[in-house]
Design a protein around this ligand. Structure first.
Ligand SMILES: O=C(O)CCC(=O)C(=O)O
Ligand SMILES: [Fe+2]
Length: 196
């Protein structure tokens, strides 16, 4: 299959965006299925010694037993569901990587968010390949260069889209999913990663 792909041409990074990686029908199907079959939970995180409820629900799935730790929490994976396996295969056909792990995020409404961070934990390796899929309400996504914060990139992550981050992206850039005052519904994000 031939799909539209947009290279973001960001300095010190390798990022590309597939606005319609999945068809509208596939995306509708996966959104409903994932909402109902994933065991979503709200974890607490500790940042600078203070404990907060995460402003979103999450789940970790993998084809190995390797945990994933960030912001002082350690998640232990469950096995992949049928839909996660199918989505992973569709991405791997395009991306030529073998993902082990999926961190799933459920943003319940515009008040749920994901603050500035880089996915640079050492278990992801030196140049992590991260494939990030969106189902449900579209949201704005921001990048900011670590050494040159005036260097910013914004994009809208659409229903059924795929954002691919590789190379030195995590080394040189932060990303976030800000809150929005818009009255919007749920968004599911799946980030496929390699944790060997
Ligand atoms: O929801 C998103 O699009 C971003 C998720 C993300 O950055 C992460 O889980 O590391
Ligand atoms: Fe991230």
């Amino acid at each position: 299959m031939i799909r539209e792909v947009i290279d973001l041409y960001m300095k010190d990074a390798e990022v590309c965006y597939y606005p319609h990686f999945f068809s509208a029908n596939e995306a509708d199907y996966y959104f409903k299925k994932l909402l109902n079959t994933i065991d979503w939970q709200q974890d607490t995180i500790t940042v600078f010694g203070k404990t907060y409820l995460q402003p979103r629900l999450t789940a970790l799935h993998a084809n190995n037993k390797n945990p994933y730790s960030y912001s002082n929490i350690t998640m232990h994976p469950k096995t992949f569901t049928k839909e996660l396996t199918d989505i992973k295969s569709a991405i791997e056909n395009e991306v030529k990587a073998n993902f082990t792990t999926c961190l799933a995020n459920l943003y319940r409404n515009g008040q749920d968010s994901n603050g500035w961070h880089a996915d640079d934990e050492k278990e992801l390796g030196k140049k992590p390949v991260i494939a990030s899929v969106t189902f449900g309400s579209e949201r704005i996504f921001h990048f900011k260069h670590k050494q040159d914060p005036s260097h910013k990139v914004k994009l809208v992550l659409k229903h059924g889209s795929l954002l691919l981050m590789k190379g030195d992206t995590q080394k040189h850039w932060l990303h976030q999913l800000p809150k929005t005052k818009k009255d919007i519904g749920e968004r599911i994000n799946l980030t496929f990663r390699i944790i060997a």
